[in-house]
Design a protein around this ligand. Structure first.
Ligand code: PGA
Length: 269
């Protein structure tokens, strides 16, 4: 992977993750993934320079997995949630065991929409993080403050506290991804400033160091999420503690998501 225009000091492979939320059925998912792949190929995107992952709804996962496999498309696959339980009488729930059978590598945990609409507490997020790791999945642990929290406690206190609970009982070699998503920035068109994202991501890295050790802190990728678009991705990626983005709305628009993935080219970061 010879990427000469990248600063040599970037120690972690950037991850651009598309959280589709409750959008695109399995047929639309096929069309979308194929088009995204062709768009990146046409642009001569260098696959090894950035990791791309998509997070479709559960009902699309098998179809997308089959497509990625058949066409050798180098995107990671992830689910948007999982059960804290492994199996049993939990109507409507999805086990991490099922997700890993579908070759999911990732699973989003504790997205603010789960915390808000499904009353997921920090303890639930911690239990789901454990469940993901039990099944060989990489949890993408989402943390972030609401507008009210921001006013009361500043930007970092709430996400730092949330991450601290999520990492409580993890082993030092656990592979995780952390996503800092200020709730007020999600879907609002009003992203955090790169400085704020950097400040909170650095504090979150410190939590990883305290809980899992320095080596884990150095290899763990910390993403920023909340109104990321092609026009602002580069400013986030210039920050040393921001290792990628969790993208919602803009991940549903092929050209926009492709431009976010190709941020290294259009800005020379
Ligand atoms: P957004 O969503 O990019 O639409 O703001 C981000 C997310 O919820 O992960």
């Amino acid at each position: 992977m010879a990427v000469t225009d990248r600063p040599a000091q970037r120690p972690r492979l950037p991850l651009i993750a598309g959280n589709w939320k409750m959008n695109l059925d399995h047929l639309q998912a096929v069309a979308f993934v194929q088009k995204l792949h062709w768009t990146l190929k046409d642009a001569k995107h260098e696959d090894g320079s950035v990791e791309v992952a998509v997070f479709p709804p559960y009902t699309d996962l098998r179809t997308v997995q089959t497509l990625l496999d058949a066409d050798k498309i180098p995107f990671g696959l992830g689910a948007q949630d999982l059960s804290a339980q492994d199996s049993g009488a939990y109507t409507g729930e999805i086990s991490g065991a099922f997700l890993s059978k579908l070759q999911c590598r990732y699973v989003i945990i504790g997205h603010s929409e789960r915390r808000q609409y499904h009353a997921e507490t920090d303890e639930v997020v911690a239990a789901k993080t454990q469940a993901a790791l039990r099944h060989g999945l990489v949890p993408v642990i989402c943390v972030g403050e609401t507008a009210e929290d921001l006013e009361k406690f500043g930007a970092s206190a709430v996400p730092v506290g949330q991450l601290d609970v999520a990492l409580k009982d993890l082993k030092a070699d656990a592979e995780i991804v952390v996503a800092y998503e200020p709730v007020w920035a999600i879907g609002s068109g009003q992203a955090a400033t790169p400085e704020q994202a950097q400040d909170v991501c650095a504090k979150l890295r410190h939590v990883v160091a305290e809980r899992l050790g320095q080596e884990a802190a150095e290899r763990t990728r910390i993403l920023y999420g909340g109104s990321v678009k092609s026009g602002n991705i580069a400013s986030f990626m210039r920050e040393p503690d921001v290792d990628g983005a969790l993208v919602g709305g803009a991940s549903l628009v092929v050209d926009e998501f492709a431009a976010i993935i190709r941020y290294q080219k259009h800005v020379g970061v």
